[in-house]
Design a protein around this ligand. Sequence first.
Ligand SMILES: *Cc1c(COP(=O)(O)O)cnc(C)c1O
Length: 384
Amino acid sequence: MKKDNSRIPFNVPHMTGKELNYIAQAHFNGMLAGDGPFTKSCHDWLQMRTNAKKALLTNSCTAALEMAALLLDIAPGDEVIMPSFTFVSTANAFVLRGAVPVFVDIRLDTLNIDERLIEDAITSRTKAIAVVHYAGVSCEMDIIMDIAARRGLFVVEDAAQGVMSSYKGRPLGSIGDLGAYSFHETKNVISGEGGALIVNREDFAVQSEIIREKGTDRTRFFRGEVDKYTWQSIGSSFLPGELIAAFLWAQLEEAEAITNKRLVSWQVYDKLIEPLEVAGAIRRPIVPAECTHNAHMYYVLVSPDTDRQAVLNEFRRQSIATVFHYIPLHSSPAGIRYGRVHGSMEVTTTQSERLIRLPLWFGITSEQQREIVGILSKTLGMQP
Ligand SMILES: *Cc1c(COP(=O)(O)O)cnc(C)c1O
C-alpha cells in the first residue's frame, strides 16, 4: 500500500501508546507463536463483549470469512446470498469453496443488503446469507435472522467495519451464526493486519478451533482435554502470532475511548454538512434508530447531476484525500465470472457512483473538518 502523503490524509492509524510495551512483554515472555497470554486477553475481551460461544483471533477478516465458509461446509455449487456493494473478501471466501455468490441489491438508506429482496433470491442450492454492515451500521438483522430460520439457512455477518457497533443493543458479529471482524490498519481498532471470528453456536465452538489450527485438535490438547493432538479435518493456519495479539491488546483496552472520540468527529461532519443536505446538494449517512454505530466512516452521496470526479479532483488538487468506495462486485471481472445477479442492481449501481468518503481518524481536528466541508460546499456551488 502506498503511503498517503496528502496534507490531510484519508486515514491516520491511531496508536494508543502501549503497543510497544506489550510487544516487548511478549518478546520477554519468549512465546511468539499464536495463542499465548496476549491472544487469551484478546479472546476474553471479545467473548465478553459479544457474548460469543467462542471468539478467535485470525490473521484478517478475510481469514475469518474463509473459516466461516469451512465451518459451514460450503461445497461446489452452493449459493450464498450477499450484497454486491462490498469488499471482495465477502465473496472470495465462499468462491474459494466453489460456491456461487448471488448478489442482491442494497437499501437506499443504509446501503446495506435489502432484506426485502433476500427471500426471492433463495433457491434449493442456497446455503447461507452473508450480510455486510456497511460503515458499521447494522443490517436489518431481525428480519434476516427470521428468513434464515424459516428457510434453514446460515447467516454470516461480515462485521469487518462493525467492531463496537450494535443492533437493538446486540453487538454486530454476535447476531448471526458467525461474525467476522477486521483489525486492518484502515479500521477503528487495529493491529496492522488482523481479524477475529465470532462463533455464536455452541456446536461450532470446537470445530472452529480445529479449522484454525491446521485441522488439528491442538487447542484442546493445550487445554489438557485430549492427551495427544491429531489431524481431525481440513483446516489451515488462521491464527496470528503473539506480537500481533500484543499490539491488538493495547488497542482493545482503548476501544471505547477510540470509538467515542471518532463519534465526536463524525458528529462534527454531520452538523457541518447538514445545510448541504437541506439545500439538496448531497445526502448524509442514515443511521436507523435501532442501530448504534462506531463512526467507522463518514460518507456523502452527491446528487446524480453532480460530477463526482470533479469533486474528488478538487480535493486532490488541495492535497486532501477523499475517496469513493466499492466497485460493485457484480460489475467486476471475477464477480461476473463467479457470481450471479438476482434482480435489479439499480440502488447498488447508482449509489456507488455517488459516494464520497471523507477523511476520518482518531485526532482529526474540527478545523480540518471545517476546511474539508468548505471545499465540498464550494465545489458543489454552494456558499460555505
Ligand atoms: C476491511 C474489510 C474486509 C477485509 O478485512 P481484512 O481484515 O483486511 O481481511 C472485509 N469486508 C469488509 C466489509 C471490509 O470493510
